[in-house]
Structure formats: C-alpha cells, structure tokens
Write a protein of this length. Structure first.
Ligand SMILES: [Zn+2]
Length: 222
C-alpha cells in the first residue's frame, strides 16, 4: 500500500521510476511480488516513458541467518495492533539497511541520483530502520559510499501515517486492489495480523472500503 502510493506520488511529481522489488524470504513475499508486478504493469501503461524496466532482486541468501517471525524460517505472525509489543517479532534485523544498500548500488550503476522509500510514521515505534534518524544517517552514508552520485533518499511519508498515505493515494487514483499488506503466508489477507489491522483502520478512517479480499469473506471494514 505504501510502496504503491509512493510509486504514484513519484510519477505525479514528474520523476522517472526504476522499480525494484526484493525477495528476501518473508512469509508474504510471493503474494507481495505478484502485486508489485501488477503495479509496474499498471503504472507502465499509464506513463510508459516514465517507468523503467522492473528489477527483481533475490536477497534470500542475505537473510538466511536472520531471525524474525516475518521470515519463513521464523515463528507465527502475531495478531493484534501494530504498536503491541508482540509486533516486534516481525522486525527483520537490518532489512532496510540491506535494501537501501542494494538500491544505492543499482542507482549508482544506472546514473540515478535518488532512491525512494515508503517508510512512514506508523512504523517508527516498532521498526528502528524506518525512523527519521536512521534515514538521515543512511542518506549520509549513501552519499559518501557513492561519492555523492546518489544524493538523496526520497521519503515523502516519513512523518505521515497510513491514513494520510491513503488520502494522497486516492487523490492520485492508486489502484489499491493491486496491493498486499498482510504478513501471513496465505493467498487472501487474514484481516487480523498487525499489518492488516493497521491497513483496515486506515481505510475505515477515510471512509472507504478496502478493495482487496480477506480470508473467510471477512472485510470488517465494509
Ligand atoms: Zn494479515
């Protein structure tokens, strides 16, 4: 949802986008990747000249020895609210650090001066690699590591919550039916994990019905 909105936002601001997706061993990876594929297709059809070839990076090896319930190798996905202590089990140590380092390498290699991440304020409590101080220091590190060829990290949602992101996305007609948020390893979203709970809450707050399917026919947002 956040990445889809970021995609629409970047195109709306006139950026050319080189979309990059990662396979890293998470339980929901295969479902997320199908959505990413659809979104690249969708935005490519609307503004063909602005969307470059979709790069798919397999980073499963990099997280093979990492411990997280988000990963296939970890325990159950916790249910409940995002800010609950149990959601910390879904932190993948160093995930955004590794993603951003990979993006910086791709950007530098392709003569691209910026990378963009859809981190947002709802993630700050649980995920240290989504916080402003991390992004600030990461930007500096990437600046040094690329000899200033990659100058900035674009994070328009850093201080916005899910509700604000949805409002922006609806203004940009982002196709949310092509998005996946649930952390569980199942085709239909569960509606009860922290990630689903936060998503449904955001739709409820802006008075819209979430267009995706939920398991057991349950979209408690209807
Ligand atoms: Zn879920």
């Amino acid at each position: 949802m956040d990445s889809a909105t970021l995609f629409g936002w970047l195109l709306d601001k006139g950026f050319e986008v080189l979309p990059v997706t990662f396979t890293y061993g998470s339980k929901h990876n295969q479902y997320e990747n199908v959505c990413a594929e659809m979104l690249v297709d969708y935005f490519g059809r609307i503004v063909d000249e602005k969307v470059q070839k979709h790069i798919k990076v397999d980073l499963s090896w990099a997280f093979k020895h990492s411990s997280s319930n988000l990963l296939k190798t970890g325990g159950e996905i916790p249910e409940g609210h995002y800010e609950d202590e149990t959601m910390k089990k879904t932190v993948v140590p160093g995930r955004n650090l590794i993603f951003a380092a990979t993006l910086a390498s791709i950007a530098e290699s392709n003569g691209i001066g910026n990378i963009a991440l859809a981190v947002h304020s709802g993630d700050h409590a649980i995920y240290p690699d989504c916080r402003p101080e991390f992004i600030q220091s990461l930007e500096q590190t990437i600046h040094y590591s690329t000899d200033a060829k990659v100058r900035s990290i674009i994070t328009p949602f850093l201080h916005k919550d899910k509700e604000a992101i949805l409002k922006i996305g609806y203004d940009l007609t982002v196709p949310y039916e092509m998005t996946r948020t649930c952390y569980k390893d199942q085709p239909d979203s569960c509606g009860v994990c922290g990630s689903c709970t936060e998503r449904l809450e955001a739709f409820r707050k802006i008075g819209k019905r979430d267009p995706i399917n939920y398991a057991n026919g349950g979209n408690n947002n209807a």
